[in-house]
Design a protein around this ligand. Structure first.
Ligand SMILES: [Fe+2]
Length: 407
């Protein structure tokens, strides 16, 4: 499946960006909008054939997706039609294709028009082979040799083009950096708010911590942390993680980054059955905290891998061996196979060539796609002060779309 998804590309030094990220979504309209098309009204659907590719649309879907002013608001893309008022057996009384437009007349006289390009782009046949999110999958060597530029604080805060370049890199690679940020919690908050809303969690809005064991989570120690995704014990894990190292007087403490999707796609190609198992078997994650005034008990249940059902595209990896709780959601024989699949994924995630090590110095803020890129850290000595926050995924992607990026 990996090889057939448009836009899911492997990186190479000097690569060009996927087209969807070089052009806006609007300008990426179906190229053959005015190409000749043939039309057939079948018993239960309309078949439109363009460039030799037949695409089928059910009649009730066509009426429900009428783009006329009485049925649809083109400014907000919201529906005005009451779908429940449409007979499920509805069928057009006439149909014609002319000048790139399909025109349907319905019983009662209502007329619907659709551009052929819009129909092609919104057909199931198109959607099932199109990537929702074009990405560049990376190993450490690929990422380093690509030399992805960091955004610069001043320009980032004032120039939409700089923000757009930053988000383009973030969408492609799952990580992006801003350099030159003042080493304060306030400046870190400002730089994140340039991108999106902050997601407040039990750890606060902006968190700032030293290795003082003030909270129960292992992050609040000096210990090394193996690669993981955060908040796996939230039913919807936090979308984006932001880190800023404000101070470190000591040694060690480098940040580990691993492209989880790169590892998973390798697993999918080599062992599709194991991929399916990890995408199907639900696993619990849990976190209990009883520290000072903090009382928390978080539980989430979901598969390690989440894919869109219509195209099997991966959109979320939930991988945290610290927080994985009792597996009691599958029979023993499935569990045995699940462990084999999980072990193979772990081996892939632990390949040294997949480990990107970064030293976060004061001034360098990193944004991590917590649904894709795993993070960890090496142990450290001395005083280390880190701050950061989580961002709401929906709002980050919304910002990207408003800037004309596919997200
Ligand atoms: Fe973490």
């Amino acid at each position: 499946m990996f090889g057939t998804l448009r836009g899911l590309v492997r990186a190479a030094p000097g690569h060009r960006l996927p087209r969807a990220l070089r052009e806006s979504r609007t300008s990426r309209r179906y190229a053959s909008a005015r190409a000749s098309a043939t039309l057939r009204l079948l018993e239960d659907c309309l078949e439109l054939c363009q460039d030799g590719a037949p695409r089928r649309f059910s009649y009730v879907w066509l009426r429900d997706h009428c783009r006329s002013a009485s049925s649809y608001d083109p400014a907000t893309h919201q529906r005005r039609l009451d779908t429940a008022s449409v007979q499920l057996t509805i069928r057009p009384s006439s149909a014609a294709v002319d000048d790139g437009l399909l025109t349907l007349t319905w019983p009662g006289g209502h007329v619907s028009q659709y551009s052929l390009g819009w129909l092609a782009e919104n057909s199931y046949e198109w959607k099932k082979q199109a990537a929702v999110q074009p990405r560049v999958l990376w190993s450490a060597g690929v990422y380093e040799s690509t030399d992805v530029p960091s955004a610069k604080w001043d320009k980032f805060m004032s120039c939409d083009d700089e923000l757009k370049k930053f988000l383009r890199n973030y969408l492609l690679y799952g990580i992006a950096f801003v350099d030159g940020v003042p080493a304060t919690v306030e400046a870190t908050e400002s730089v994140t708010q340039r991108v999106s809303l902050i997601r407040e969690t039990t750890y606060g809005r902006m968190w700032s911590f030293t290795s003082d064991f003030s909270r129960g989570d292992s992050a609040y120690s000096q210990l090394a942390l193996d690669r993981h995704t955060d908040t796996s014990y939230f039913q919807e894990p936090c979308g984006i993680q932001v880190f800023h190292c404000l101070k470190h007087e000591g040694t060690g403490g480098r940040t580990l980054l691993v492209d989880g999707f790169h590892a998973v796609e390798t697993l999918r190609r080599r062992s599709p059955g194991k991929f399916e198992l990890l995408a199907r078997v639900p696993i619990g994650h849990e976190y209990i905290e009883n520290t000072g005034s903090h009382r928390n008990h978080m539980v989430a249940i979901g598969p390690v891998l989440n894919t869109y059902p219509w195209n099997n595209e991966l959109y979320l990896i939930r991988y945290n061996n610290y927080d994985r709780s009792v597996i009691n959601t599958a029979p023993h024989d499935t569990v045995q196979r699940w462990y084999k699949a999980h072990r193979e994924l772990t081996a892939e995630l632990r390949r040294p060539e997949n480990e990107l090590w970064v030293k976060l110095n004061p001034g360098k803020v990193i944004f991590i796609d917590n649904w894709r890129v795993l993070h960890g850290r090496e142990s450290f000595s001395g005083l280390r002060q880190l701050c950061g926050c989580y961002l709401t995924r929906d709002d980050v992607l919304s910002t990207a779309r408003c800037l004309g990026l596919q997200a």
